[in-house]
Write a protein that binds this ligand. Structure first.
Ligand code: ADP
Ligand code: ZN
Length: 433
């Protein structure tokens, strides 16, 4: 039985009616309270009253990350500051951060969404949850913290980093659940191996990982090395953080909390909806958020939606595990490549560690890609000939699947910086325009 059967298993027709009502309310709320939206809606000549059916959402203007930056910090906020009880912000690695204000009600709904996520992963009140997502402005730490509290589990709020201490605490407190980014889970697995701690012997049995892309192959690697079941969480600051979607035990796509988020998949160039079941860019409209209603936010994340019934009984639509973001797509020798494609192919090669970076440089007019990946100790110790052989093997494997020649460079073990949060997979050395 899901955490919130009423909504998670709501008959689809009823759910759509609920969504339509909330969509109208959200548009009316945004129009009334946020000058940015009023202007955009007026420009399009559309108002809440014009929304007759859910599909009419495509008539609304889209919102992009730059709109949030331009309105930094609180110009998209729909309530007076006295009603804002929390502010989060994204990491802001690519410019000014973007902010996410919450009312008390927003926080409560977010917490519920995260409780659904934990419950779907099989977490219950007798679990001990080590939460190694970063605490602070990042939505990961507190988002997971609140959801775990709502479930009634014991929370160990370690935040990210200090990996040895993470491992000792897992031993001492007997964590049964680990929450962090997938790349940090791998860092923990590796450090435990170095410390001679056998994670398979610890009580930890499930992980809830998210906040960055990771392939099914990486999921398997993490499961094998930590001896756990790896479940997933997805979300973004613009929509309140994690809790937008989560996988169930079927692990066949992430159920979107559709009573809170209306999802569309569009062609990233034309914004036209793609035919049902095809890949495109995810767009979300928040349906119940008060402090920062979000209309048609372009996530840049690429996926497809599955509407068929899920054996778990949840009726929420499922989004396929993300294959990439439009802004991480590389065009090499005319071929579109996502880092996730390279990741899944690298994980087929037993001679390397799952630690890699993609270096992009400019050669003449063309972009040039080098894959740097860590050799396993035995390969590195065997010397340059062995290394060259493994490099050739990887390059052939990449060519066989992607169709182009990609340079591969093995690097020595432990050379690539270990992630404690979101891993940086692309090193862009192209000159800035
Ligand atoms: P920032 O933009 O600073 O990275 P966010 O934490 O808001 O801050 O990042 C949200 C983005 O993280 C999403 O749009 C998506 O690209 C990525 N993301 C989050 N969860 C997942 C996941 N489970 N799988 C793949 N990517 C994810
Ligand atoms: Zn399901």
């Amino acid at each position: 039985m899901p955490w919130d059967e009423k909504f998670e298993c709501m008959p689809v027709e009823e759910l759509r009616k609920f969504q339509l009502e909330k969509l109208k309310e959200t548009v009316a709320w945004a129009y009334e309270k946020v000058p940015f939206y009023r202007k955009k809606l007026d420009e399009k000549g559309i108002q809440a009253g014009d929304i007759q059916k859910l599909e009419d959402v495509s008539k609304l203007p889209v919102t992009v990350k730059n709109d949030l930056r331009d309105n930094y910090p609180f110009k998209l906020c729909a309530v007076p500051m006295k009603d804002v009880v929390r502010v989060h912000a994204s990491s802001g690695t690519t410019g000014k951060p973007i902010t996410g204000p919450y009312t008390a009600e927003d926080l409560d709904q977010w917490t519920e969404c995260m409780a659904r996520n934990f419950h779907a992963a099989g977490v219950r009140s007798d679990d001990v949850i080590q939460n190694a997502y970063g605490y602070g402005l990042f939505t990961g730490g507190l988002g997971f913290h609140q959801g775990a509290g709502r479930i009634g589990a014991t929370v160990v709020p370690t935040s990210s980093g200090m990996t040895e201490r993470q491992i000792s605490l897992m031993q001492d407190f007997g964590a049964t659940v680990l929450c962090c980014t997938p790349s940090y889970a791998l860092t923990i697995a590796e450090r435990a191996e170095e410390m001679g701690v056998d994670m398979h012997k610890l009580p930890v049995r499930v992980g809830i990982f998210g906040a960055e892309p990771w392939t099914v192959q990486m999921r398997q690697e993490i499961e094998d090395r930590l001896g756990i079941k790896a479940m997933e969480a997805f979300g973004l600051t613009e929509l309140g953080g994690p809790g937008v979607s989560y996988d169930c035990k079927e692990q066949n796509g992430l159920h979107i909390n559709e009573d809170h988020y209306l999802a569309e998949v569009v062609d990233p160039d034309t914004f036209e909806p793609v035919p049902e079941g095809e890949k495109g860019e995810l767009i979300f409209t928040s349906l119940q958020r008060r402090a920062m209603p979000m209309i048609r936010y372009r996530t840049k994340d690429i996926t497809r939606l599955h509407r068929e019934a899920c054996p778990c009984g949840r009726t929420f639509v499922r989004m396929e595990k993300l294959s990439g973001r439009t802004d991480d797509m590389l065009i090499i020798s005319g071929v579109n490549i996502f880092p996730s494609q390279i990741e899944s192919l690298l994980l087929d090669i037993p001679e390397v560690e799952p630690q890699y970076v993609l270096v992009v440089r400019k050669k003449g007019y063309l972009d040039h890609l080098t894959v740097r990946v860590e050799a396993r100790r035995e390969v590195y110790d065997a010397g340059p000939e062995k290394e060259a052989e493994v490099e050739r093997k990887i390059a052939d494997h990449l060519k066989g699947h992607i169709g182009i020649n990609i340079r591969v460079r093995l690097v020595e073990p432990k050379l690539i910086a270990r992630s404690e949060g979101k891993a940086k997979r692309i090193l862009d050395e192209r000159p800035k325009e």
